[in-house]
Design a protein around this ligand. Structure first.
Ligand code: NAP
Length: 210
C-alpha cells in the first residue's frame, strides 16, 4: 500500500517551521540554516558527516518514495511565479529524482530536469493532489516535502500516514507556525521520541490502525 510520508521536517521549540521574511537570499528568513544544521552535519548530507542517531533518521528521506508534493513557497522565493525561467533552488539535477508536484494558484507547464525530477504545477486540494501524485508514484510512497503550510494542510485533511518531525532547541519567535488549527492532532497517531546527542529530538507520528 502506498503511504503518505513526511521526513526531516524541522520545527523550533515554539513550533515554527521557517522564519521570516522569506527571500531569495534567505529562504528560511531569520531562521537561516539553524533548523537544519542537525541534518547538514550527517553523512546523508555530507560524506564526512556523522553516522549516528541523526543520520539514521535523515537517511529515511528517500527510500520507497515515488513522488513528492511541495508548496509554492518551498519551490521558490516570493514572486517566482513572475519569473518564467525559475526552475527551483536546486540546479539542473534536483535531489528529488521523482515526479514532484508543486501546489500553486499560478500553475505553469511541467519542467523536466536531469536525474528523474519533473516538476508539475497543480492547483488542487490536498486530497486531489495526493491522488495525482500517487498515480505517478508507481506504487511507491508519496512524500509531503513542505513547506509549513502544506504540511499543516495535509495533517488537517487527515492524509498523513507517517511523519518524522525534528524539534530543534531554538526559539524563533516568529515565522510560519506548524500547529495552528491542529489541536489534538497527536490523538490520531502513535507518537515516539528519540533524543539525539546533537540536541534535537526526533518524533515519529505513525497513524493509528483503526
Ligand atoms: N522546516 C522544514 O523542515 C522545512 C521543509 C521544507 C521547507 N521549509 C520552508 O518552509 C517555507 C515555506 O513554507 P510556507 O508555509 O511559507 O509555504 P508552502 O507550504 O511551501 O507553500 C504555501 C503556498 O503554496 C500554494 N498552495 C498551497 N496549497 C495550495 C493548494 N491546495 N492549491 C494551490 N496552491 C496551493 C500557495 O501559494 P500561491 O498562492 O502563491 O500559489 C501557498 O501560499 C520556506 O521557508 C521553506 O524553506 C521548511
Amino acid at each position: 500500500m502506498s503511504l503518505t510520508r513526511i521526513h526531516n521536517f524541522s520545527v523550533s521549540l515554539d513550533g515554527f517551521g521557517t522564519g521570516e521574511p522569506q527571500s531569495a537570499e534567505a529562504p528560511f528568513g531569520h531562521a537561516g540554516q539553524r533548523l537544519h544544521q542537525w541534518m547538514m552535519a550527517t553523512r546523508s548530507w555530507d560524506p564526512t558527516g556523522t553516522a549516528g542517531v541523526d543520520d539514521a533518521f535523515a537517511e529515511r528521506h528517500d527510500p520507497g518514495i515515488g513522488a513528492e508534493i511541495m508548496g509554492a513557497n518551498k519551490f521558490g522565493p516570493p514572486g517566482w511565479q513572475d519569473d518564467p525561467g525559475w526552475d527551483g533552488w536546486w540546479g539542473p539535477n534536483p535531489p528529488f529524482h521523482t515526479p514532484t508536484f508543486v501546489l500553486t494558484h499560478r500553475p505553469r507547464p511541467s519542467i523536466e530536469m536531469e536525474g528523474g525530477t519533473t516538476f508539475h504545477f497543480l492547483e488542487a486540494s490536498p486530497a486531489e493532489a495526493l491522488e495525482t501524485a500517487r498515480a505517478a508514484a508507481g506504487g511507491q510512497d508519496v512524500r509531503i516535502g513542505g513547506g509549513v503550510t502544506v504540511v499543516r494542510d495535509f495533517l488537517l485533511a487527515g492524509l498523513v500516514d507517517h511523519m518524522h518531525l525534528v524539534v530543534v532547541p531554538i526559539v524563533l519567535g516568529r515565522g510560519v507556525r506548524l500547529w495552528d488549527g491542529l489541536e489534538a492532532v497527536e490523538e490520531g497517531f502513535d507518537v515516539e521520541a528519540v533524543s539525539a546527542p546533537s540536541g534535537v529530538t526526533h518524533l515519529t507520528f505513525t497513524r493509528k490502525t483503526p
